[in-house]
Design a protein around this ligand. Structure first.
Ligand SMILES: [Zn+2]
Length: 933
């Protein structure tokens, strides 16, 4: 009997919503929303010269608001009916580790809280469109656990805008032919990310990976305490025409700084990275990082950026430039002082950004490359955590047309009254607005209270905002985003009890059930389990919580995804929006008789003694046949409901675990599949991670996975090391992230990176080179082979050869490579990308990917013993277009069924490929029927 684990606890929270949740494919809806959301709405009042965002003055902020308000005034929409809703998009679960609060006001949306890994996928599962997001207010301290999904989120906004533009261009060419009126060109107002110190640094760390994105992004890094000098000030710190925001920075208590807690000098890493980080006491000046982010990474268009080289004395005061001196970078936005000038080396060079209005000139990428390879000014661990109070603006009361008419006001003068003006009627009556308008509605709002760890607790409650009656008035809900074990803390409980009129929503791992957050994927897996229980597991989940809600505190609610409240114009809770617990039992039982008959047939073949004996005979020379291969993400580009982005786990019993790429959400997938206990084992034995290339869908999960591995090692009191096979430039990405938080960078070893910057990285790493890295058993590896492949800048296919002789080859993304096939001839397992079906040959060439036929061609040429195809384009949610074609040759009794298609979270042993292949027809039918439903 399977353990279902659903509704174990007798609690009203869990008694609700037992329907299976089946979100439909939302592509079309999503697309149309993007079009609407991307339309221009608000004049952009930011100056283009400096990253305004960093140090915007108060007057500039008010100026922005004023312009915006005036434009709102002219709109015909009655403000008394405009709705503002607040929805929990994610709460902490295994695969949505952060709390993300989605605020929606008319067409505009805002995000508060965390944009952790898995956020974007959750948005698509929950049918929330991220295309309309204009401002993200990141709470907590800046770190990968807080914003690991942010880059993916921003890229998707850019992608949405691009898609909308393309749609418009096509539409307009049709209209032009017909002589119809053309649609207006779209303008992208861009996205502003607000957060604590190190925000610019951590985003700019990704500069070799992200550049020239079609969305412009600004960062407002909070460096000042808005009420530090005068705690009685009540004006908001940021506002637009829809909402007002108070920013509340909380400093970490010094004594528990992670710098002191964690830093270990016991081990040094190889090469130039060895133990070099002595974090500064203060975070660095973010101006270089901010400029890079705005002018190189998220530029709002794909246009090439050409930087002009100048010597320091050629710089003009109006230039905006980055000066590279040796390896370090500094911003120039006006003349340096004489002292500063003397500090530059003779080889210092400035790269000047073109004026925003300049026509893009022709030139090379030298400037961009120089900045990509330069080092960001060193920073120190994040010490500030942000919380926020958000309130709508007060709104005028409802207009009483009847009363106005009775007073003799003509209808054409109604709008003067609603705009706050006084009207004199023809009969001489003076009518003031208060005579015809209902009671003013105060702007209601929410508080986002982020206390990530105990060392922020005291300072949080010392903030004046929480007890300021004016700021806190009309706050209807407080979202408590708190670290492990803090939800029951007496200080928090005391505050909650003292504020019974506010709804207190607790969002932490102990107060939110680790429910299945992505129903479609889990339900699909449950159906496939009915077909082939050996390969398809149930995901791990728990719909109960340990937290005991205190008696007599009715204002406490436990966070659940979908928790939704309308705060304006009137307050009400939309209880029916809460995400239901998926019913995996129903999904399991929903497989129809026809498909079950196919499964029976497959089972008969897979258990036939003669068949099994043949497999034993054929595979006698394959080492580690009990190696388990677990595709964690089989999709390309963006995560969707069925497929996460790239990542494949290889578990070799007795040797260790290996990850082939590590896209966003990889750790979440591991946790979701295996549960906490088994995840600890997987992390403990993780020996090597391969990063094939720098496209974002292949490595955005690295920082989280490495940090989890490191924390496991610390918990085990182990001095384990881990090997990262990547290019030298990616090592620097991890290094720069590790300045913001301790991810255990000093425990990482880079077998493929050369020690000296001048040399190229190694394409072959020998057993001796591996042994020299200091791990007891050389990470279970005998060698690493890398083959450059045609895809993007420095893409590699990689073969790991284990100490047992097992050889695992991973293509990364690429056009089919004969070199790869030849270099890895006879590999026992080939994991090959297969982005497109054979009907998309041209597309595959254009996008530098492989079709299924091409991937199979490489497998044949390599004579790979077993092949797993993965990394499918998101167009193939219906995977029947992607079936390996039947061999038309004569049936051969000894032919080995060696090819499988990967499914997210399937678990297949190397020695079971042939058994698994028996089930392909039944699996294809389940997938086809599900997509059609
Ligand atoms: Zn790629």
């Amino acid at each position: 009997m399977e353990s279902w684990g659903i509704l174990q606890r007798n609690s009203p929270l869990f008694a609700l919503h037992f329907k299976p949740h089946c979100p439909r494919d939302i592509c079309i809806r999503y697309f149309t929303c993007r079009v609407a959301a991307a339309a221009p709405r608000r004049p952009n009042t930011y100056t283009t010269r400096s990253p305004p965002a960093l140090f915007l003055t108060k007057s500039a902020r008010l100026g922005s608001t004023l312009v915006a308000r005036q434009s709102a005034k002219g709109s015909a929409k009655d403000p008394t009916t405009m709705t503002t809703t607040v929805e929990l998009a994610t709460v902490p679960t295994a695969d949505t580790p952060g709390t993300c609060i989605y605020v929606h006001h008319e067409k505009r949306s805002y995000v508060f809280g965390h944009v952790a890994e898995g956020t974007q996928r959750a948005f698509s599962c929950r049918k929330l469109h991220l295309g309309g997001t204009e401002h993200l207010f990141l709470s907590g301290a800046v770190g990968w656990s807080q914003m690991g999904g942010l880059i993916g989120y921003l890229l998707s906004i850019g992608g949405a805008f691009d898609a909308a533009k393309e749609f418009r261009a096509t539409e307009n060419s049709k209209r032009a032919e017909k002589g119809q009126k053309l649609l207006r060109q779209l303008r992208n107002e861009g996205v502003t990310v607000h957060g604590a110190d190190n925000l610019c640094h951590i985003l700019a760390a990704a500069r070799p990976v992200i550049f020239r994105q079609p969305v412009s992004v600004r960062a407002m890094e909070q460096r000042e305490d808005p009420r530090g000098e005068d705690p009685t000030l009540t004006a908001p710190d940021w506002e637009d025409e829809s909402i007002r925001v108070w920013k509340i920075p909380v400093r970490r208590a010094r004594s528990n700084s992670p710098t002191k807690r964690r830093r270990s000098n016991s081990s040094t890493s190889n090469g130039s990275s060895s133990g070099m980080y002595k974090p500064a006491s203060e975070p660095s000046d973010p101006s270089v990082a901010g400029l890079i982010m705005e002018k190189i990474m998220f530029t709002g268009s794909h246009d090439k950026i050409i930087l002009v080289p100048k010597s320091i004395d050629e710089l003009k005061p109006e230039d905006d430039a980055i000066v590279i001196d040796g390896n370090s970078m500094r911003r120039y936005d006006g003349p340096f002082g004489a002292d500063a000038l003397q500090s530059f080396g003779s080889a210092a060079k400035a790269w000047v950004f073109p004026d925003a209005n300049a026509v893009p000139s022709k030139g090379d990428m030298d400037g961009i490359n120089a900045i990509s390879h330069g080092a960001l000014p060193r920073t120190s661990y994040s010490e500030t955590s942000m919380s926020y109070i958000m309130k709508c603006h007060d709104r005028r009361g409802k207009f009483n047309a009847q009363a106005a008419k009775e007073l003799g006001v003509k209808p054409q003068s109604f709008k003067l009254l609603t705009a706050g003006e006084t009207v004199t009627t023809d009969g001489g009556t003076v009518v003031t607005p208060d005579m015809v308008l209902g009671e003013r509605q105060p702007g209601k709002g929410i508080a986002v209270a982020d206390i990530g760890s105990r060392d922020f607790l005291d300072a949080f409650f010392e903030r004046p905002e929480w007890t300021n009656p004016e700021i806190m008035s009309d706050v209807t809900s407080m979202y408590w985003i708190v670290g492990d074990g803090l939800a029951s803390d007496p200080k928090i409980q005391q505050y909650i009890k003292a504020h019974p009129d506010i709804k207190h929503v607790l969002c932490s791992s102990s107060t939110c059930p680790n429910m299945v957050s992505n129903a479609s994927s889990a339900e699909m897996l449950a159906k496939l389990r009915r077909i082939d229980p050996e390969r398809f597991p149930f995901v791990s989940f728990d719909n109960t919580v340990d937290y005991q809600t205190p008696d007599n505190v009715p204002s406490i609610e436990l966070g659940r995804a979908g928790h939704k409240v309308q705060i304006m114009p009137r307050l009400f809770y939309k209880d029916d929006a809460i995400a239901p617990f998926p019913d995996l039992h129903a999904a399991f039982n929903s497989v129809d008789e026809e498909t079950l008959a196919l499964a029976q047939k497959a089972k008969a073949k897979a258990t036939d003694p003669a068949f099994l004996a043949r497999i034993e005979r054929q595979e006698a020379d394959i080492p580690n046949r009990d190696t388990e291969i677990i595709p964690l993400g089989t999709g390309s580009s963006v995560p969707n409901k069925h497929r996460n982005v790239s990542g494949t786990l290889i578990r070799v019993p007795g040797i260790g675990n290996y990850l082939l790429d590590c896209g966003e959400g990889t750790l979440g997938q591991i946790k979701r599949l295996f549960g906490a206990e088994e995840t600890a084992y997987i992390l403990r034995d993780l020996r090597c991670i391969v990063v094939s290339h720098l496209h974002a869908d292949h490595h955005m999960g690295m920082a989280t996975t490495i940090k989890a591995w490191y924390e496991q090692a610390l918990a085990d009191k182990s001095d384990a090391l881990i090997a990262i096979s990547c290019i030298g430039r990616y090592r620097t990405v991890l290094q720069e992230i590790s300045q913001v938080e301790d991810i255990g960078f000093h425990r990482l070893r880079f077998p493929s990176c050369s020690d000296s910057r001048a040399d190229r990285d190694r394409d072959t790493t020998t057993a001796e080179q591996l042994a020299a890295l200091g791990a007891q058993d050389s990470f279970g590896l005998r060698g690493i082979k890398r083959v450059p492949v045609a895809h993007c800048w420095r893409s590699y296919a990689t073969e790991l050869e284990l100490v047992s002789g097992l050889r695992v080859a991973w293509s990364g993304d690429c056009r089919p490579s004969s070199k790869f096939a030849q270099a890895c001839r006879g590999a026992h397992l080939l994991v090959h990308e297969c982005t497109f079906g054979d009907d998309m040959q041209d597309h595959a060439k254009y996008k530098m990917h492989s079709t299924m036929g091409e991937a199979l061609g490489v497998a044949r040429e390599m004579q790979a013993r077993r092949t797993l195809l993965t990394h499918f384009s998101q167009r193939y949610s219906k995977a029947d277009a992607l079936q390996p074609s039947e061999d038309s040759g004569t049936p051969d009794e000894d032919k080995e069924e060696s090819v499988l298609l990967a499914h997210d979270l399937m678990r297949v042993k190397l020695g079971d490929f042939q058994k698994a292949a028996c089930y392909i027809p039944a699996i294809a039918q389940v997938v086809a029927k599900t997509s059609d439903a």
